[in-house]
Design a protein around this ligand. Sequence first.
Ligand code: ADP
Length: 577
Amino acid sequence: MKKIIKHIGWFIKAEWKQYTIMFILLIGISIISLVPAKLLGEAIDTIVSSRLTASTLYLLAGLLLLIPIVRYSMSFLYNYMVTKEAQKLAYKMRQNYLKHLFNMDSKFYEMYEKGDLISRVTSDLEAITMAATSLLEGIVFNVGLIIFAIIVMGTTISWKLTLISITIMPIGISILNIIRSKKRKYIKIHREIYADMTEKVLESVEGQKTIRAYVQEENDLKRQSDAVNKDIESWRYIVRYENWFNPMFEIIYGIAYILAFSFGTFFIIQQDMTLGGLITFVAYIGQLYGPITSISGIFTQINNAHISIDRFEEIMRQTSEVHDEVDSLKILGFNEITFKDVTFKYPFDKNPVIKNINMTIRKGETIGIVGPTGAGKSTLIRQLLREFNVTKGTILVDNLPIESYKIEDIRNLVGYVPQSHMLFRRSVDENIMIGKPNATSQMLDKAVKIADFEKDLMFLHDGLHTLVGESGVSLSGGQKQRLSIARALIKEPEILILDDSLSAVDAKTEDNIINHLKEFRQGKTNIIVTHRFSAIHEADMILVLESGKITQCGTHQELIRQDGWYKTQFIEQMTMR
Ligand code: ADP
């Protein structure tokens, strides 16, 4: 409970007025719930003693009618407020979580799977929100009702009978505690299994085209049903423990009734108690059933919330290794970027992917990077995106380490076109303008032109306004590449990186794009990672990367004069034409 208060204390503090009103309402509801049984007892005693008058009857009937109306109004107001507060809390927590995710570096995303991250912001967040809102009701209303009922029973009916009937209740609650502690362990396992199932479903939805293309529906369905079965099985385990608790508690509760009836009758004979008193008493025992079992539910809710808070906080505690400092510098342009002995290893890999890289990128140059697949070309060039910190060595931007600049500024210098293209379910122009949301239509037209995407527009029924992505028009691989290039170009980046982004375009389009870059990006830097030598033969410098090392470096003319990978591959490409 302390953990919950600690975790959402900030919210309760901010919303203290609403919480105070809700608290008062709950206390009011719990007190008012006890009044009808008391009135009934009083009425019976009045009738039995032949003291009933017309005015008392009207008063009793009037009160019995009024009480549900007041109770209903208070409950209505409470429910309205609690729902509003729950939504507010969920919204704020979700916002904080997503903001935090945006600040995390790539190492974090290597550590956690998408499904897991989603389940923490859905089912875990729901458990926390429940704890922050319905828990208040559970505790204040139920505990309030139990306490007030015991006070009324003990002081106005019979303290002896109260002691006899109520002392058995803690036994029921103890049984529940034992089962609860076992359940807690299984809930945690269940959450992990649930996250795994979410991940599998996500993967199948995302990969449904590939699954269908390879006729793997049955295998995939089997994988899905295995995950679902595992989820159900783990849930069954939990339910079994719950089923243990319920019948045991019913038996104990039954004993409380028997004790109340038998001792109550005895006390009436002894004239220690009235018939009306016993009726009120038994009615209260009945009324206590709900709150006592609810309190058991509250313990479960607290447990769930504790587990969820742990899972939620685990993410919120993660810090990004790549982060800004208070004195991070601004940068809007650069003259020279130097890699000095740069080695980089992915966080969870053993061996480095790029080793002792030394190279210089100058403003205005076009640099080509070639080499076998898996040599580390993307890894090398993505170092400019500040996804990870380098493992050894340093990258200097105008003689200062890249880490001394604001991450956002460094990323703004770069327009990166990745190998795989992400299209959002938006129109073509909106997809392009992700690169620069406040771009003018001239900027948009220019980007479309340089990326040689103009010719594609006439094939799209709504031109730039055509909806693409899921449930929109499907674009060809080449069209997606050109759209991605336009997206990078619209921000007019100091450095444009085409990471094998011309692989799906024909030779003529590739030529057009390269020529446009030359014409429109004078004074700006282009880095072209490619398998096709035609795209880089005019580059100012070409680097050959093999097994993470730069093995050759020079212009096209220089490289074809050297024996090495470049010359061999060049000749091979020429003969294949
Ligand atoms: P290239 O661009 O030359 O084809 P990459 O830089 O994409 O090469 O990959 C180089 C090596 O790094 C490959 O062995 C690849 O499996 C590995 N690699 C790429 N991305 C990651 C990653 N996120 N985590 C771990 N290893 C990776």
